[in-house]
Design a protein around this ligand. Structure first.
Ligand SMILES: Nc1ncnc2c1ncn2[C@@H]1O[C@H](COP(=O)(O)OP(=O)(O)OP(=O)(O)O)[C@@H](O)[C@H]1O
Ligand SMILES: [Mg+2]
Length: 241
């Protein structure tokens, strides 16, 4: 990791010097929502200001960064956690850097590499929980949760909206996006994994209900079936099946 403190106290830590130099060209003295030239592509709902920013010297190098504005402590914690997940070979968005010491109302920022190709669950399930892609999304989400738990990662906010899905020939692969509430332990207790699974089920059911456009009983039944599928797939993957 490489870091440098700028003239006005802004500190940029990054995974390498090239990234750090590129991050140093960005206007950290202004709130992210006021930056010019950022792509206002739809990134889904989020509590923080999250933007996609092109940051390359030449077109060939151009790369989309995802910048999440958040307080300094949280930005640093999430960056370190994402670095640990990367080192452990876990499927999570790739950390690029963290900025602290900004004079803006929100003093920190986390920078990750835009995951591509990838889609949000609400883009995949535009036709609601009865769409044919729903099984693949749920299987991928269950697989991600099982894998993270086996690596000792307690998510704390497992949700479809904190996950991205890459298409592949055998269905979707799920990637962890939002590690803000996560904790890495040598291993998780049964209580921790049960709690995390319970939250994943609650969050997913709420998100799937929200994706329904009608109050049809068939939609409600589809959500219940997907909830059972999540629990069963997860349990079979962690050997509780
Ligand atoms: N590296 C990335 N690649 C692609 N999209 C991303 C990336 N990081 C974040 N996003 C998009 O931005 C959205 C918001 O990011 P994130 O969940 O980290 O923000 P948040 O404000 O912490 O969310 P929450 O409201 O759950 O607290 C994600 O749902 C995802 O769609
Ligand atoms: Mg989120």
């Amino acid at each position: 990791m490489t870091g440098v403190r700028g003239a006005r106290g802004v500190h940029i830590a990054a995974v390498d010097d090239d990234i750090r130099e590129r991050l140093a060209t960005l206007p950290w003295d202004r709130p992210l929502a006021q930056w010019d030239g950022v792509q206002f592509g739809s990134l889904g709902l989020s509590r923080h200001t999250v933007r996609a920013v092109e940051c390359g010297q030449a077109e060939a190098l151009a790369e989309t960064l995802i910048i999440k504005e958040t307080d300094e402590g949280r930005a640093g914690d999430e960056y370190r956690l994402l670095c640990s997940l990367r080192d452990a070979g876990q499927p999570a968005v790739r950390p690029l850097g963290v900025v602290t010491g900004r004079t803006t109302p929100t003093a920190g920022a986390l920078i990750t590499q835009r995951l591509t190709p990838a889609a949000r669950y609400d883009e995949i399930l535009r036709d609601g929980p009865r769409s044919t892609a729903a099984h693949s999304v749920v299987d991928a989400f269950a697989g991600l949760l099982a894998r993270l738990h086996q690596a000792g990662f307690f998510w704390g906010d497992a949700a479809l909206s904190n996950t991205l899905f890459s298409p592949g020939q055998a269905g979707y692969t799920a990637w962890l996006v939002d590690a803000e509430t996560g904790e890495l332990h040598p291993r998780l207790s049964d209580g921790q994994t049960a709690h995390d699974l319970q939250l994943a089920r609650l969050n997913m059911a709420g998100e799937l209900y929200a994706s329904t456009s009608t109050a049809a009983e068939a939609d409600a039944a589809a959500v219940r079936a997907l909830d059972s599928r999540l629990a069963e797939t997860y349990r079979s993957l962690v050997g509780q099946g």
